[in-house]
Design a binder for this molecule. Structure first.
Ligand code: ADP
Length: 199
């Protein structure tokens, strides 16, 4: 089994590209989904979070109050480090378990928004980066998530600039046209990944 990576900024078109890969029969492990899995009730990471942050981080149904945790760590770097020290190893271990489960597949994609920021690019080559012009990302955030222009700007500012991701990329999909063009480019990028890894 060969692994490759997919990343890109918020509202860059990454989910659209992942959907094309899945439609072509490539299993895609979504790091966001894994991050939600490892804090489900009964998971050791959830118990560790409650031990570190107190029972107030749980909702009445025993699930993690993600908004509350987000607010707690937002402007406190040491709390954020504490949370990451619990969650990141759990995500890495669970992702590895997913890869092991898919061992019979020829090709598996790891889709993670922060792959470059977390220094994981070299483990997932070729790395495919979806890059959209910033004004288009902002417009999509407004249209899709109902954010105001300035809220959308703040979300974009909180991420590594697309140039940093492009610098780490092996293949760049520019999402600067219509969705049909994006999908065509996604098919072409996957063909190139297959060429590099499977031939
Ligand atoms: P991401 O996963 O990077 O956040 P998505 O693939 O969900 O991004 O795309 C964000 C939104 O923008 C979606 O509603 C998608 O349909 C739309 N979108 C993506 N690419 C284009 C494009 N080239 N033109 C118009 N809308 C697009």
């Amino acid at each position: 089994m060969r692994l490759f990576g997919l990343t890109g900024g918020i509202a860059s078109g990454k989910s659209t590209v992942a959907a094309v890969f899945r439609a072509e029969g490539v299993p895609v492990i979504d790091a966001d989904e894994v991050a939600r899995e490892v804090v489900m009730p009964g998971e050791p990471a959830l118990e560790a979070i409650v031990a570190a942050f107190g029972p107030d981080v749980l909702l009445a149904d025993g699930t993690l109050d993600r908004k509350r945790v987000g607010a707690l760590v937002f402007d406190d770097a040491s709390l954020r480090a504490k949370l990451n020290a619990i969650v990141h190893p759990a995500i890495a271990a669970r992702s590895a378990a997913h890869f092991a489960r898919l061992e019979a597949e020829p090709l598996v994609c790891y889709d993670a928004a922060l792959l470059v920021e977390r220094g994981m690019a070299d483990a997932f080559r070729p790395l495919v980066v979806v890059a959209a012009p910033r004004d288009l990302q902002r417009a999509r955030l407004v249209a899709r998530d109902g954010l105001t222009e300035s809220e959308a700007e703040a979300r974009l500012d909180a991420q590594a600039p697309v140039e940093a991701k492009i610098a780490a990329a092996d293949l760049v999909i520019h999402n600067d046209q219509d969705p049909t063009t994006l999908k065509e480019r996604a098919h072409a990028a996957l063909a190139e990944v297959r060429r590099r890894l499977l031939t």
